[in-house]
Design a protein around this ligand. Sequence first.
Ligand code: HEC
Length: 171
Amino acid sequence: MINHPSITRTVALVSSFMLATLVSSVAAEPVGSDLTPKLRGLLIKEMIQVELAMHEVFSAIVQGRHAMVAEKGQSIHDSFIMAQSLTDEDRQDLKASVPPEFLQIDTYLHELSASLAEAGHAEDTPRQVELFGRMTETCVACHSAYVTDRFEGLEASDVPEEWGLAPEELD
Ligand code: HEC
């Protein structure tokens, strides 16, 4: 009875509908325009600094300049929006304007940059290379989910779901 063609078709239809609903409910939206002008300004400033520091870290890693890796890892860590002198109100505005996943990716990048500073101090080049890769994944994971209005080229990119997530957040 369960193999009856119309039942099979109905089941298939219902499941594809459920799948479509599921996919659309997790699809992320651009966040930039939801931020207060002050927060958006701070975020853009932070992004420009982070990108510059990433370029410098890359050069330092491939040339074995460990002290520079440590310094720039630390500066990425310190430039974070959540770590800046935001008022309580700004902090609440931020939490209200972005989904929890956005803050989760931001926190993970924060942790990775602290680890990168440590790997610089430890003069551990393989670990530096690994962390640099993890950090790059977080940039792409966040931009491809939340900045597709500006970075259209990332909209259709098939980013692995573990990118941007700390290992303990993966089940
Ligand atoms: C948690 C999310 C998140 C992460 C992680 C993230 N970004 Fe961004 N980034 C944004 C958002 C949101 C914007 C767009 C801000 C806007 O236009 O309002 C942005 C914009 C930018 C910009 C454009 C700045 C400008 O000139 O307006 C650069 C460059 C950038 N990010 C670099 C990086 C790099 C490099 C990394 C990784 C090391 C990174 N971002 C990680 C959210 C993120």
